[in-house]
Write a protein that binds this ligand. Structure first.
Ligand SMILES: [Mn+2]
Length: 337
């Protein structure tokens, strides 16, 4: 695999000036932007917003990749089909921009293998665990979404925020903040949202597309999820498991599990919610949420080799569902004591 991760004097510098990033992009002939595997709204919205703004500014050679494509629920943001799966042969870019991608490898193996070494790597993200793997990094964990950082960047760099760019940023920020509810959402977030609406984002229409259009198979998946949900005796820990066989039985796609955890997170008294999703080859995808500032689920996930934010984090576990359950519930219990 080609490796374009940071080997420069900038290593560890986490807050490059927007003007520095803007000048690298201004000089670039060919630009690639990508985000992480299993993309969410912040990933797709951020990649699209940057791609569309660069094109609008006159850049002709702009490529947008997503290892796992665009989830059905977010496809409406990409009306022109700008995002594609990566090429199978390596391609050369002057500048590569990783967005919302906490670790270099989270881009996905196919994406990384398709980039010829030598590109300048720009890394813009809001995950505290991001170590600054780019040559130019702008990591701001105080921001609730990469889309929010990107708005500030586009505004500072005077890149055009068209109605489509505004819609993509609105979707990025709305989804990553749970529609402006999660901690990290600030007065600045709301100011930016107001500005995006002024610039043409149709907030109610976007919200309706995101929230009122889930496929029937997702409803069937919710049934399975709720049926398997459990609570510890104190009612402070809630969790559910999804065996592969159950996901198959309702015809679920990988993206359909997004947000299921909120069904148990929202229950009164629940402090920590955990979702265990069985993956092929005896692996388990673990998602965690915390409603208490005194329980940092990213620290719990770090012990499992994962990461994220204090209130929302995840990890991969090698083992069975039952093994993952006992290991993680023990860690959560310890954190609650
Ligand atoms: Mn994000």
């Amino acid at each position: 695999m080609s490796d374009i991760a940071n080997q420069t004097a900038n290593a560890g510098r986490l807050r490059a000036d927007f003007s520095e990033i803007a000048s690298v992009l201004r000089d670039a002939e060919s630009i690639l932007a990508y985000s992480h595997v299993r993309p969410d709204g912040d990933a797709i919205g951020s990649v699209l917003a940057l791609g569309m703004a660069l094109k609008e500014s006159g850049k002709t050679n702009v490529t947008l990749w997503s290892e796992d494509g665009v989830p059905e629920s977010l496809a409406f943001l990409d009306a022109d089909g700008m995002i594609s799966k990566p090429d199978t042969k390596p391609r050369t870019f002057d500048t590569v921009v990783a967005l919302d991608t906490a670790a270099y490898k989270r881009a996905g193996d196919t994406v990384l293998a398709a980039i010829t070494p030598g590109a300048t790597l720009i890394n813009i993200d809001h995950h505290a665990s991001n170590d600054g793997y780019g040559q130019l990094n702008h990591i701001d964990p105080s921001s609730p979404a990469t889309g929010q950082i990107l708005f500030e960047f586009l505004a500072t760099a005077k890149l055009p925020i068209t109605p489509s760019v505004a819609a993509a940023l609105y979707a990025a920020i709305a989804t990553d903040t749970g529609f402006f509810q999660y901690p990290g959402t600030t007065d600045r977030t709301h100011e930016i949202i107001a500005e995006l609406i002024r610039k043409g984002a149709d907030a109610p229409a976007i919200a309706a597309r995101l929230n009122d259009n889930s496929p029937r198979r997702r409803f069937d998946l919710m049934r399975v999820f709720l049926d398997r949900a459990k609570f510890d005796p104190s009612g402070r820990i809630a969790w559910s498991v999804l065996p592969i066989a159950d996901a198959k039985s309702v015809g679920a796609k990988p993206e359909d599990t997004e947000g299921l955890i909120d069904l148990i997170r929202g229950v009164e008294g629940v402090v920590v919610a955990v979702f265990f999703e069985e993956m092929p080859e005896e692996k388990v995808r673990i998602s965690t949420r915390s409603k208490s500032r005194s329980v940092d689920v990213s620290a719990i996930c770090a012990k499992l080799g994962g990461g994220g934010h204090p209130a929302a984090a995840g990890a991969r576990f090698a083992g069975t569902l039952a093994e993952a359950e006992s290991r993680v519930l023990k860690l959560v219990n310890d954190a609650l004591d």
